[in-house]
Design a protein around this ligand. Structure first.
Ligand SMILES: Nc1ncnc2c1ncn2[C@@H]1O[C@H](COP(=O)(O)OP(=O)(O)OP(=O)(O)O)[C@@H](O)[C@H]1O
Ligand SMILES: [Mg+2]
Length: 290
């Protein structure tokens, strides 16, 4: 299967579309209400904006300043990577962007609403309905099979009428068709993480936030996961913020923000490319000392 996936990811985009047309099946992009794609020259209002965020953790009698004034924005349909050394504040920032935690000062505006001011109940609903989150550890339920794990957000919150079809579509997107009845211990690490991606996408979130999703994966499995993320963005218009140490992963992004010492230190604009070569990014990262 790995060979097949690699071949598919190397196919020209038009050829991929043609293959999907021939399969005479509705594609992911046709079914998902897409975020508008970034269009050159036309600036969309940001879907997500962080304004002068600080985060101070209290640790006994000491404090840790994890973020020291971060401002950034993400446009609809954009794929943004956050890179930076260990402890620089990447996960802290992602948690604030996803409404999993509140900033000490500053605000996070998501789809025009300041989510740092929501009540706990409102924040929970927002996370459930509008955002998808992927962690480094896959967090799958061992006793549930692939389909049940993916449908979990619907089991918890009740789902739409077409939930079976949605589950089928995301299984197709992450290329796990045929493995629906496997439990997590009957899957490879890469397949498990692709289940986590499918679970995060099944609610059709406005934004997907992923924290080191390839951190536990080998080269091949990382590539397959990144290809799935890329398809959801490029074909389905999914907005993505990806935290990663890995330049190869960040090279899938339109734009890379480099975080150091709780601040955004640099911005590297790569643009939308079919070719995900990391060479340019690695050269730029070397210039900023990463
Ligand atoms: N809950 C917490 N309580 C206290 N300090 C914390 C907490 N979470 C994070 N920190 C501290 O905040 C700083 C930033 O942590 P964060 O997890 O955001 O870094 P990171 O860039 O994601 O690192 P890594 O690449 O290792 O995952 C670190 O110094 C960390 O020790
Ligand atoms: Mg982290």
């Amino acid at each position: 299967m790995a060979g097949l996936l690699r071949r598919r990811s190397q196919m020209p985009f038009a050829a991929t579309l043609e293959r999907e047309r021939i399969q005479a099946r509705p594609t992911w992009s046709a079914l998902r209400p897409a975020n508008p794609q970034p269009t050159s020259g036309v600036r969309m209002p940001p879907i997500l904006e962080a304004r002068d965020l600080t985060k101070v953790y209290a640790l006994g009698k000491t404090t840790v300043e994890a973020l020291r004034g971060v401002s950034m924005s993400v446009e609809p349909g954009e794929f943004v990577a956050l890179m930076g050394p260990s402890g620089s504040g990447k996960s802290t920032l992602l948690q604030l962007l996803g409404g999993l935690d509140r900033p000490t000062t500053g605000s996070v505006v998501f789809e025009g609403r300041d989510i740092s001011r929501l009540t706990d109940g409102q924040a929970t609903r927002l996370r459930r309905e509008r955002t998808g989150y992927i962690f480094q550890a896959f967090n799958l339920i061992p006793l549930l099979d692939v389909r049940e794990n993916i449908a979990l957000p619907f089991t918890i919150a009740g789902g739409p009428k077409d939930r079976k079809e949605r589950v089928r579509q995301v299984i197709d997107l992450v290329e796990l068709t045929g493995k629906e009845r496997h439990r997590p211990d009957q899957l490879s690490a890469g397949e498990q993480q692709r289940v986590a991606v499918a679970r995060a996408l099944v609610t059709r979130p406005s934004i997907l936030l992923a924290d080191e999703p390839t951190g536990n994966l080998d080269y091949t499995n990382s590539g397959e996961l990144l290809d799935a993320l890329w398809r959801s963005c490029d074909q389905g218009g999914q907005t993505i913020v990806l935290v990663t140490h890995d330049a190869r992963a960040a090279a899938y992004a339109d734009r890379v923000l480099v975080i150091g010492d709780g601040r955004i230190q640099d911005e590297i604009v790569l643009g939308r490319r079919e070719d995900h070569s990391a060479a340019t990014l690695i050269a730029r990262l070397a210039q900023v000392g990463l």
